[in-house]
Design a protein around this ligand. Structure first.
Ligand SMILES: [Ca+2]
Ligand SMILES: [Ca+2]
Ligand SMILES: [Zn+2]
Length: 500
């Protein structure tokens, strides 16, 4: 646990420094005030960082470190139009002077005209597309539908508003994978109502869990119970999946709060909600940012709900990424988005310290989605899944995001546990490096802090592998110092996956 202002362990430079660069937890009203104040000063910041006259900054988040450093995340507009891929973060010292800027793009935003020549699809919005290529006037069209396996789809298609040509497209609804009901007997946050109880966790922002009962839309029915004892460990009891989902949401909330100093998924103290029993024999789980909600299928034969701890933590961490770096869900940034969810899903599993599902560097080891007992993904050597990359290469961004996440997951494992053979909680790992080097781990807790700080203060929507290396080294410098063992370990771990 990181407690701001309290020096942990023995006296020394490292703990002081870590405490100084640690984000202060802000409650909802402090955060709202900080955002309002930053917005009032946004025009002068825009001038200071030399944006064009047609550009304005819109504050999305403010993070204040204990040492007074303030990281302000902005979206940009151009002539009143949203600039997609124009996000940036300013880093200001305690005295207000500018220390640096992390930008999603270095391109100058300028288009000949904001009057479109091409015809828009109905419902499309006019934007400036700055995420790839030369910034251009564009339309963003959102196509909603359903994929073959029943997963909802929300495809964003960007077309050039002058030529009508497609510039880019991406899928906004993330899908992951799941687990069965294996967290044993757990304590659930519930609310008394009438003569019984419902599954609303008042201690964690009011996170509620609903029964979709085979439906695929809406919120279904809030779970209620007469005696506040939920489920029986078997999938045949409708409450069992609800207990797992509700517990997963609680552990994720607690991990964010106690390990990251974060107040909920979006940092604003507001709860998401969970929906279980989605569709029929649906073998997936997904986070949807538009409802700010988490949904689980019942798995093969409706007997293996995808409600394990690592899956819950993984999916909800997509909400965290969306609220912070906003890593685009495609190519290298998409792989880093997926890897972030694997890292934090794993961290949630370790945090819960539940003997029925002890912490490991495997993803979805409880699901048996493959039917042969093997996990979905391996962080020590991602290629063990038969599809993920172990190391970065120029072509890694062409892989599906669940496989281009491999090198970053591998980086996280190396940074946490080091290279070579090791057994953790009874699970054996053997992590190689691309250059044959030996990496000495700094422990998962520090690896999590470094990744979280990089994600929330230095990464932007366009961050790829090379920029992730820079961002994490910067985070390690802030937290532990430029000459620290932690900084060296970050560098060595990246080199071990061929990001130099
Ligand atoms: Ca486990
Ligand atoms: Ca796991
Ligand atoms: Zn995912």
């Amino acid at each position: 646990m990181v407690v701001v202002g309290v020096q942990a362990g023995s006296a020394g430079a490292a703990p002081d420094r870590a405490a100084g660069a640690t984000a202060l937890p802000l409650n909802a009203s402090q955060r709202a005030t900080a955002i309002k104040e930053a917005q009032a000063g946004a025009a002068s910041v825009a001038a200071e960082i030399k944006l064009g006259g047609k550009e304005k900054l819109v504050v999305r988040d403010v993070i204040k470190d204990a040492d007074g450093t303030v990281h302000t995340r902005y979206e940009r507009t151009y002539d009143g139009l949203p600039v997609l891929g124009g996000d940036l973060v300013t880093h200001a010292r305690k005295d207000g002077s500018l220390k640096g800027v992390s930008r999603a793009t270095d391109a100058k935003i300028s288009v000949a005209s904001t009057t479109a020549a091409a015809t828009a699809k109905s419902g499309a919005r006019k934007v400036i597309w700055a995420a790839t290529g030369k910034p251009a006037l564009a339309y963003e069209n959102v196509v909603k539908g359903t994929r073959a396996d029943g997963t909802p789809s929300e495809r964003h298609v960007i077309t050039d508003a002058t030529s009508g040509k497609e510039l880019y497209s991406y899928e906004a609804i993330d899908t992951g994978s799941g687990t069965s009901q294996y967290s044993g007997t757990v304590t659930l946050g519930t609310t008394a109502s009438g003569s019984g109880y419902n599954l609303t966790d008042g201690g964690r922002g009011g996170h509620a869990t609903y029964d979709l009962n085979g439906g695929t839309t809406g919120t279904g029915t809030l779970f209620t119970d007469a005696d506040d004892i939920w489920g029986n460990g078997l999938a045949t009891d409708r409450q069992t999946a609800a207990a797992d989902a509700h517990y997963g949401a609680a552990m994720t909330w607690d991990f964010y709060k106690n390990e990251l100093g974060r107040n909920g998924i979006a940092g604003d103290g507001k709860a998401a909600y969970s929906r279980v029993h989605y569709g029929n024999a649906y073998v997936n789980a997904f986070w949807d940012d538009s409802c700010f909600c988490m949904t689980y299928g019942d798995g093969s034969g409706n007997l293996k709900p995808l409600t394990s701890l690592d899956v819950a933590g993984h999916e909800m961490s997509h909400g965290l990424t969306a609220a912070t770096a906003g890593l685009k869900y495609s190519r290298e940034s998409g792989g880093l988005n997926e890897a972030t969810s694997d890292m934090f899903g794993t961290a949630v599993e370790f945090y819960a310290n539940n003997s029925s599902d002890s912490g490991d560097y495997l993803i979805g080891e409880k699901i048996d989605i493959r039917g042969n007992g093997t996990p979905l993904r391996y962080m020590d050597k991602p290629s063990k899944d038969g599809a993920s990359a172990d190391y970065w290469s120029k072509t890694v961004g062409r892989l599906d995001v669940h496989y281009s996440s491999g090198p970053a997951n591998h980086f996280f494992y190396l940074l946490s546990e080091g290279s070579g053979a090791k057994t953790v909680n009874g699970v054996s790992y053997n992590s190689p490096t691309s250059n044959g080097s030996t990496v000495t781990g700094i422990g998962r807790a520090k690896a999590v802090q470094i990744w979280y700080k990089a994600l929330t203060t230095y990464m932007t929507s366009s961050t790829g592998y090379a920029a992730a290396r820079v961002a994490t080294l910067q985070a390690a410098t802030d937290l532990y110092g430029a000459g620290s063992a932690e900084y060296s370990a970050v560098a060595t771990a990246w080199s071990g996956i061929n990001v130099n």
